[in-house]
Design a protein around this ligand. Structure first.
Ligand SMILES: Nc1nc2c(ncn2[C@@H]2O[C@H](COP(=O)(O)OP(=O)(O)OP(=O)(O)O)[C@@H](O)[C@H]2O)c(=O)[nH]1
Ligand SMILES: [Mg+2]
Length: 445
């Protein structure tokens, strides 16, 4: 599949100018949002050569920023040899097209969404990831086609190759139709892949292991944590959106209980809704988890804003009410005494550093506690043929007693409720239980 890109990936980095609006509504200071936009631009391979900020109560309908500012941008574009202007907020197709005309070709006018789509396009590795990104890109492009065709229309009047369309259906209509067809065919393919994924998830569900999902702002350290716990070998980098495709690994807690941990795509403020929509099946991993670990880069001065943005996306995908623990990472960047003070102040949160290993034990204790919260004590008699169920009890439960008798395998164990559901049919009646309760290990408990 050819990679579509708003910014060129030629050897020379594109020179970009950033434009932010301070709407004075407080939450995210415009300078910090532009710092993040600059990191996004850098991740996409561009070089930021300047910034323009305007204070406004609300966007100007026609041009997003005021006409005086547009003129300032136009002059800067010429003076700084800018290839692309990136707006920190979403532009409507009409605003984008107006700005393109006013600022003058060939300078591209891009917004945060287009930039994020570009990075996703660069980082998507699997077929499913690529289709998800391409779908979001085409949906973004569809209402913007008119602007993109305006310069070609000029070419048409000069004649020559590419100028002979326009009979019956205009080229713009043809292109819209082609894109709609492409969107439909990508959706079909994605549906097929999603079905396969949901079968895999269902299989995992049937394995009844406690499922943990790592969620959090991009660059918080999710992949680094998964690698540290499980040797998953997932790419972890000081870049935004290093991970797009989910990876699930098994992890044995002390005592032997096996849980699964899933690393997935990171979140960001102003995350384009189209992307959340396109990545629905990937984000389902988070939705179906028994526990969400919200990984935070606590050393980032905007850590609280990051957590807010993460909570907003979790709400959007319907995971806002799920069981979760906040895990504040990168604590190696603070004095130990400060971290201890934080731990006393916020006993429900974990403070750790995947780099130094500090706090990882406490994270594992938290996992163990949550994974065993729904445990039930059961005594079952399993037929010898049912070795896989016995293996599941060993993986996910705490065995209190096990005996191999002529009637079958008599096991007393504490197991998570999901597994208990599967075991009910083999549960021993009061007599069997009583027999087991006389065994030393059980009475000890
Ligand atoms: N100082 C410090 N850096 C860390 C720590 N954990 C991770 N990092 C670094 O933070 C950067 C981002 O780590 P990743 O694991 O790729 O982050 P992520 O959350 O998976 O990011 P995305 O995949 O982009 O969503 C990398 O450069 C890591 O080496 C830590 O405990 N301390
Ligand atoms: Mg990652």
């Amino acid at each position: 599949m050819s990679r579509f890109s708003f910014l060129s990936t030629e050897l020379e980095p594109e020179r970009v100018l950033l434009v932010g609006v301070d709407f004075r509504n407080g939450a995210w200071p415009v300078d910090r949002s532009l710092d993040e936009l600059e990191r996004l631009a850098h991740t996409a391979g561009a070089l930021t050569v300047g910034r323009v900020v305007q204070r406004l109560d609300k966007p100007i309908p026609k041009s997003f920023i005021g006409s005086g500012k547009v003129e300032e941008v136009r002059r800067l574009v010429a003076a700084l040899d800018v290839n692309a202007v990136i707006f920190d907020d979403d532009l409507t197709p009409a605003q984008q097209s107006h700005l393109e005309k006013t600022i003058g070709e060939p300078t591209k006018i891009i917004d945060r969404t287009a930039l994020i789509l570009d990075i996703f396009g660069l980082h998507a590795k699997t077929r499913e990831g690529r289709i998800q990104v391409q779908l979001a890109q085409l949906q973004y492009l569809l209402p913007r086609l008119r602007g993109m065709w305006s310069h070609l229309a000029k070419e048409q009047t000069r004649g020559g190759i590419g100028s002979r369309f326009g009979q019956g259906e205009s080229q713009l209509e043809v292109d819209r139709r082609l894109i709609r067809n492409k969107i439909a065919s990508l959706r079909r393919e994605l549906n097929g892949l999603e079905k396969r994924r949901s079968v895999q998830t269902k299989n995992r569900k049937e394995s009844t292991a406690f499922r943990v999902a790592l969620a959090g702002y991009t660059n918080a350290g999710k992949s680094t944590l998964l690698n540290a716990l499980t040797d998953a070998g997932v790419l972890s980098e000081d870049k935004l959106f290093a991970t797009l495709d989910p990876t699930t690994r098994s992890y044995s807690l002390p005592g032997g209980r096996v849980v699964t941990i899933t690393d997935t795509v990171g979140f960001i403020q102003k995350l384009p809704h189209g992307l959340v929509e396109a990545f629905k099946s990937t984000l389902a991993e988070v939705l179906e988890a028994d526990l969400i670990l919200k990984i935070v880069d606590y050393s980032d001065e905007d850590a609280d804003l990051h957590l807010e943005a993460v909570n907003r996306v979790l709400d959007e995908i319907g995971a806002g009410e799920q069981l979760s623990v906040t895990v504040n990472n990168k604590c190696d960047r603070f004095e130990a005494s400060y971290v201890h003070a934080l731990e006393s102040r916020y006993p429900d949160q974990v403070f750790c550093s995947v780099y130094t290993g500090y706090g990882i034990d406490s994270l594992i204790d938290t996992l163990a506690l949550r994974a065993s919260a729904s445990d039930q004590l059961l005594t079952v008699m399993l037929p010898y043929a049912n070795a896989s169920l016995r293996a599941q009890i060993h993986e996910q439960g705490v065995i209190l007693n096990e005996e191999f008798i002529p009637e079958g395998m008599l096991i007393t164990a504490k197991v998570p409720s999901k597994l208990a559901g599967l075991l009910r049919q083999y549960e021993q009646g009061p007599a069997g239980k009583a027999e087991c309760e006389s065994l030393p290990l059980v009475t000890e408990d």
